[in-house]
Each structure stands twice: as structure tokens, then as C-alpha cells.
Design a protein around this ligand. Structure first.
Ligand code: HEC
Length: 223
């Protein structure tokens, strides 16, 4: 009887131990896959130059900006549109200008009214969907006549770094092509006359046309 009891307790504790082991293994594998997933969405290491930013800008040895990874998972700020049909048939940027920012920079701006070091504002261009049914380029969808999103067609990027871009009011401007993807792997900073100059002369605040994004930057009132 004693022996049976001992066997029984051993059996229970072994099972319990196995249970703990299985739980432990499950937790461990969750940690590993969780880590891999996080790496998959980010693939960007934190950078001490930009302590507030979870997806910091990355530069190669030549000082070129690497194409930001998975920016479509960031915060979408808005989508100005300047179609051909409203610009005498010839707009320089006839696409939707889809603007994204890292979640950490978005939160920092909401909290402080300032874009932190390492902020990336990324504008991906998205053509108006065709075929157009009217001379102004518009067409019908079930919701009505208008302009609807089509193929993506280019990428412009602004990075805030007061050391690298002190001469252009702390922001550097990069073009990763104005054509269908794949966009460039890396891009050199554009000369002031090509990008920064117009932002210096015309932007609402700290080089950014922030008034266009205010409706989304403003927290939604709770009911
Ligand atoms: C003639 C003026 C002008 C020039 C030149 C210009 N921009 Fe802009 N940019 C704007 C305006 C106006 C907006 C906001 C409205 C819009 O997108 O149509 C804007 C928006 C942006 C945004 C979104 C964030 C923001 O500041 O609102 C980025 C990123 C950007 N531009 C990058 C560039 C790059 C890169 C270049 C050079 C290749 C460039 N810009 C050249 C006027 C200009």
C-alpha cells in the first residue's frame, strides 16, 4: 500500500512537473515568437540619438536615409489631394499624398506640440483610380462621383535631426522615386532649393504643414 501511495504521489508530482515544464515551454515559445513578430514589424533597432522614437531613421555609411520599414503600420495623418483635373490638367503631384508618422512621434506631438528628434514624416503618393469617366479625372463608385485610391506611385520623406540637418531648420528631405514601387533602397538628402526651401518659406509650423493634419492630431472627444 505504501509503495502504491508513493508511486501515486510520484506519478502526480511527475505529471505536475511535466505540466509546469509544458507551461514553461509554451511561455518560452510565446516569448520567442512574440520577439520574432516584434522584429518582423520593426526590423529597426532603437537609436540613442533618438531616445523617444521606436522606429528611428536609419542612415548608411554615405549618410543616405534607408527606406523606412513597414511605415504603413504607423499613424496615418491624412491625405491631401491635388488632381490634374483641378490644376489645368497638369498637377506636379496628381496623387493622394498619404502622410504617415511613427506612433511615438505622434504621441509626443500630442503631448508637447513638438516633433521629437528622429521624427519621420513620410508621404506616399497614391494615384487616383482609373479609368476616369470625366475630363476632371473623376469617376463613379457606389458611394458617388469622386476621386478614389488607385496604385501607389512614389515616396517623399522628411526626417527631423537637428545635428544632421541644422542648415535646413533641423529637417532633411529625401525622395525615394516618383514612380511605381519598388522605391529606392536608400536616398541622399535633397538640396535646399528642391525641398527644404519651400517648407521653410511656407509651412505652418516647424517645417511641417501641420494644419492639414490637425484634425487627426487632435484627440477625438469622448461621448
Ligand atoms: C513648392 C513647395 C514644396 C516643395 C518644393 C516641396 N514640398 Fe513637401 N510639401 C509641400 C506642401 C504644401 C505640403 C503639404 C500639402 C501637400 O502634401 O500637398 C508638403 C508636404 C510634404 C510632406 C508631408 C509632411 C509635411 O511637411 O506636411 C513631406 C514628407 C514632404 N512634403 C517632403 C518633400 C520633399 C522630399 C520634397 C523635395 C523632393 C518636397 N517636399 C518639396 C510643399 C513643398
Amino acid at each position: 500500500m505504501k509503495l502504491i501511495l508513493r508511486k501515486l504521489t510520484y506519478g502526480i508530482s511527475a505529471a505536475a512537473r511535466r505540466g509546469t515544464l509544458i507551461c514553461g515551454l509554451a511561455a518560452f515559445s510565446m516569448l520567442v515568437t512574440g520577439g520574432a513578430l516584434a522584429a518582423g514589424t520593426g526590423k529597426v533597432k532603437k537609436n540613442p540619438n533618438y531616445p523617444q522614437i521606436e522606429f528611428p531613421p536609419q542612415f548608411n555609411a554615405k549618410g543616405e536615409l534607408l527606406q523606412p520599414v513597414d511605415f504603413r503600420e504607423w499613424i496615418f495623418l491624412g491625405s491631401p489631394l491635388t488632381p490634374h483635373g483641378l490644376n489645368n490638367g497638369k498637377s506636379n503631384f496628381p496623387e493622394f499624398h498619404n502622410v504617415y508618422v511613427q506612433p511615438s512621434a505622434f504621441k509626443a506631438y500630442r503631448a508637447t506640440g513638438k516633433w521629437p528628434e528622429g521624427t519621420i514624416l513620410l508621404k506616399e503618393l497614391q494615384l487616383v483610380k482609373g479609368p476616369s469617366e470625366f475630363p476632371d479625372g473623376s469617376r463613379f463608385e457606389t458611394s458617388g462621383r469622386g476621386y478614389f485610391p488607385g496604385a501607389v506611385n512614389g515616396m517623399d520623406v522628411a526626417v527631423k535631426d537637428s545635428k544632421r540637418f541644422a542648415e535646413t531648420k533641423n529637417w532633411g528631405y529625401f525622395n525615394f522615386n516618383h514612380s511605381a514601387p519598388p522605391y529606392l533602397k536608400s536616398a541622399a538628402v535633397r538640396p535646399v532649393g528642391e525641398c527644404a526651401g519651400c517648407h521653410i518659406a511656407n509651412a505652418d509650423e516647424d517645417m511641417v504643414y501641420v494644419n492639414l493634419y490637425k484634425p487627426i492630431l487632435t484627440p477625438l472627444p469622448r461621448p
